[in-house]
Write a protein that binds this ligand. Sequence first.
Ligand code: WT7
Length: 633
Amino acid sequence: MKRDTTVLLDEKRIFKPNVETVERAHVKNWETEIEKGKNFEKYWEEKAEDLDWFERWDQVLDESNKPFFKWFVNGKINLAYNAVDRWINTEKRNQVAILYVNERGDEKKLTYYELYREVNKMANGLKNLGVKKGDTVSMYLPMCPELLISMLACNKIGAVHSVVYSGLSVGAFVERMNDAKVKILITADGTYRRGKIIDLKKISDEAMLQCPTIETVIVVKHTGSKIDISDLSGREIFYERLIEGEPAECECEPMDSEDPLFILYTSGSTGKPKGVLHTTGGYMVGVSTTLKNIFDIHENDMWWCTGDIGWITGHSYVIYGPLLLGTTTVVYEGAPDYPDPGAWWNIVEKYGVTKFYTAPTAIRHLMRFGNKYPNLYNLSSLKILGTVGEPINPEAWMWYYKNVGKEKAPIMDTWWQTETGMHLISPLPSAYLKPGSATKAVPGVDADVVDEDGNPVPLGKGGYLVIKKPWPAMFRTLYEDEERYKDVYWNQIPGYYKAGDMARKDEDGYFWIQGRSDDVLKIAGHRVGTSEVESAFVSHPAVVEAAVIGKHDPIKGQVIKAFVILREGYKLKTKLIEELNKHVRYELGPVAVIGDIEQVESLPKTRSGKIMRRVLRARELGEDVGDTSTLEE
Ligand code: WT7
């Protein structure tokens, strides 16, 4: 069968930077900026100058107690001051800071000045509840203005926030509350999802029965439900009541660079979730710099990152990055395909979104509905696109590039993690792009692919992805688990941060992320990334989505077991099995030995869209599934 060459896995085309995009860009030459970044302490020190510090640091980086690094030592700063207060006396005062939209078409705009007042009222409200510097406040909220306001209010008074994704279930919620010994919880009556209202309060009520440390629950009336004061228990208070009559002024707590900023839980390879701890100064520097340079943010941008604030993408790039840069950030509550698969493109057109950042899984999902929906809308405002969360298969990259970006908006494939806090591997708008590659380490960051002992592997060969030098937004530890912090990340490959991903570098030094190291198969001694195999399956016209795990084979060690979702009208019969076998082998070479293909209706995925192969593996082998708290039902 003759196929469109753009869907081939071995997409060899290189996409040149768009001239207009580069002319506009803060950074006009990617390579030169990378060179500059090699003097990394000086580079990051220069970037730190863009923020407003109460007291200057006296050392950029302290490496005396590895791996407990310190950045901008003894500097004093406040995040809320830099994200909100400092804009109030500039012409940005009346610019929209937060544009909240939901699937019902409701919208709410908060200017920087309005945001300033709301944050201060909430900060005062929290103080009245006895919240002090260093206390932990947790949020279990939908994507709504009060979530951003509460996070900034915490920053203002030096409280540490721990946001729990509102899609997590009771068990995961309880585990996170208790691990962080949270005293104050902020929740809401509900959230909109595909035409329904999900009752968050009910989930939180159930969870509260098992959370002894919680003293106060603040309830946001978000969905306008009939919930009334008589429905509240003794320890509960409405958000609107808490801030009622509070002054719209509040002093910022001067925070040390290394004071904790937030905890965010993420699943590890073992059952217990990891409380990733981020601190203040370096995080602010890393996040604002990467957003500014990678998405070339200017103050008049309409920035939209579709990630949920319950995950690191939302922390760094829905709220903090954009506000630190003084631009407008879109906060969207809803699904990508509701009321129809044009929902997102409608928002892009309506508000003139200029920079759009989403996940490959969302792109693949929307791709299923064809070109019709993006073509219904005027998407010409889009200047730069981005992806995050997993490797993007070239087929999805091409679809996104052509149908959403109209071949004018470059795609920033950003590799990073909850732990890294900021983008670490990503192109800038002036880079030459290869679909499926996150290109190179961002300026000021040193990444490599090495073997178990930390020796660089030859170009083209797979190995462990490591970061060789500290970076400012790095996490500082796992909450109350320094041993695990050292063991999992720093003691595996001497001297380097082990990311837990497999990768290879090509002849141009471009990184190709292959997937988590626990998901890389070894077939007859060859390394085969599950995501590469999946990408190969998906590039076949019959396959919509695929997940691959390793299956024991007495001769080859492992072979591929694939689970595939087929396009309407296809059935997994002998002929198609044969064709898929051939197709994958054609794409990846004879190393990709397929043991078994099974047709399925759906795949187990995390809320952020990553396929949970661990769950498939456990089901297949009849083993215990472990922590499935991040599994989307
Ligand atoms: C893992 C981190 C960082 C925000 C979202 C996920 C994978 C992330 C990419 C990318 C290939 C990627 C890695 C990484 N990943 N971005 N552009 N290309 N893989 O954060 O939940 O902490 O997951 O996501 O495997 O280790 P996270």
